[in-house]
Ligand binder design. Structure first.
Ligand SMILES: [Zn+2]
Length: 298
């Protein structure tokens, strides 16, 4: 769990603590209470990985919840005694970057976070676009019909083509094909990670270059579809995959340039890295909570 305390346009405190296997809501409540004891904050925002029913703040599905929905907002407002805003963490990361980070002053903003899966947040006019409740679940747009199976039960979702686990699988395949290759020498017996693939690419491993380029191309194709729908002013990207840098991003740019309709009459879409790193969701949660106490300023 990451925490941030925001005052005006500054992050005045931040922290990280481990996530318990059980009783996540209790741990969130304890952490919020201890921060409220230190900082005279008028409101609290909370971001959760998974589906959060907006505006009720009810956690309905995610990696740390199974079965019943958890009414985060109702419960924490009654125990903490301040207004509480609860939203999906990728939505809040987008709000944090759009308000105080890499996309300050830009509108609309699309933010994508490439980690284990793909997170997405859309900020229009300084507000998160929620749809009815759950907008932005772009990791499960199907980009490759009949492609690889996805954790969601379908096939060919965007996050089966560009994500940490996909690149780990590609890396493992490279090690099997080339047991004396550069990547195998780097990883020894570990499952290859994105930093391993990046290091191998930098050392001249053409298979690693190819794996990152293919992921980058799919990254770009997905962005093309989203730009066609939203025409954002800027696309902010974050998450662990971005550590692969230009090995991933150059093919992504090429894919956008060659597949976006009307590219010759549009300005080239700007794709820029996030500023807050893995703290963006916490910063955005603080920003979102200000909307509810009259101190919301952008
Ligand atoms: Zn899926």
């Amino acid at each position: 769990m990451k925490t941030a305390v925001v005052e005006g346009s500054s992050v005045v405190d931040s922290g990280r603590v481990g996530l318990p296997e059980h009783g996540v809501i209790d741990a969130v409540e304890d952490l919020a209470r201890s921060l409220l004891a230190t900082w005279d904050a008028p409101s609290v925002g909370i971001g959760l990985a998974g589906l959060v029913r907006w505006p009720d703040g009810e956690f309905v599905w995610g990696p740390h919840v199974s079965g019943q929905a958890v009414p985060y907002r109702t419960r924490l407002e009654s125990t903490l005694g301040v207004p509480v805003v609860v939203d999906n963490d990728a939505n809040l990361a987008a709000l944090g970057e759009a308000t105080l980070g890499a996309a300050t002053g830009r509108d609309p903003v699309l933010m994508l976070t490439f980690g284990t899966g793909i997170g997405c947040g859309i900020v229009v006019g300084g507000q998160v676009y929620h749809g009815v409740s759950f907008a932005g679940e772009v990791g499960h747009m199907i980009l490759k019909p009949y492609g690889s199976p996805c954790a969601c039960g379908r096939r060919g979702c965007w996050e089966t083509l560009v994500s940490g686990w996909r690149l780990a699988e590609e890396g493992s395949a490279i090690v099997r094909r080339s047991p004396r290759g550069i990547l195998a020498g780097i990883t020894e017996d570990r499952v290859p990670t994105v930093p391993d693939l990046t290091a191998a690419a930098e050392a001249g491993d053409q298979e690693a270059v190819g794996a990152l380029a293919e992921a980058g191309e799919w990254l770009g194709r997905g962005i093309t579809n989203l730009v066609a729908l939203l025409d954002p002013d800027v696309v902010v990207i974050g998450g662990g995959l971005i550590g692969a840098g230009d090995w991933l991003l150059d093919p992504a740019h090429d894919a956008v340039a060659s597949t976006l309709s009307g590219a010759h009459v549009r300005a080239m879409i700007e794709i820029r890295p996030a500023e807050f790193g893995d703290l963006a969701g916490a910063v955005g949660a603080a920003v979102a909570s200000r909307a509810y106490d009259g101190h919301y300023d952008r």
